[in-house]
Design a protein around this ligand. Structure first.
Ligand SMILES: [Zn+2]
Length: 115
């Protein structure tokens, strides 16, 4: 991987982290709405409960990805970055552009997740 590619990846990771951080704020405000008027409405309350479990899942996924990106951005300047942790082959740049936090190549990921 060239230096330029690393710089580009770092920039796209920063963008992604910014976006995810604002998503988190957004989801959080949906999970804890400050509207009090729905309180007496049972159906609305139930719908909100249902939405909440979906939102919690989204929230968790967002946090997980943010964590992965934050650790990837710290690693991007090291030699380990972009190397598959399983087969130790370089991860294709095209994959890193899509998922810069990747620590496995596609083959190893599929094997590890049992596909
Ligand atoms: Zn691999």
């Amino acid at each position: 991987m060239t230096r330029e590619e690393k710089i580009l990846l770092k920039e796209s990771m920063k963008e992604e982290i910014k976006k995810l951080s604002s998503d988190l704020v957004d989801i959080r405000s949906k999970i804890y709405p400050d509207k009090e008027q729905d309180r007496c409405d049972k159906t609305a309350h139930l719908t909100q409960k249902l939405n909440q479990s979906v939102l919690f899942k989204q929230y968790q996924e967002c946090v997980n990805r943010l964590n992965r990106l934050n650790s990837a951005i710290l690693k991007v300047d090291t030699e380990d970055y972009g190397i598959c942790q399983e087969c130790e082959e370089p991860i294709p740049i095209e994959r890193l552009k899509l998922l810069p936090e990747s620590i496995y190549c596609v083959n190893c990921l599929q094997e590890l997740s049992g596909l």
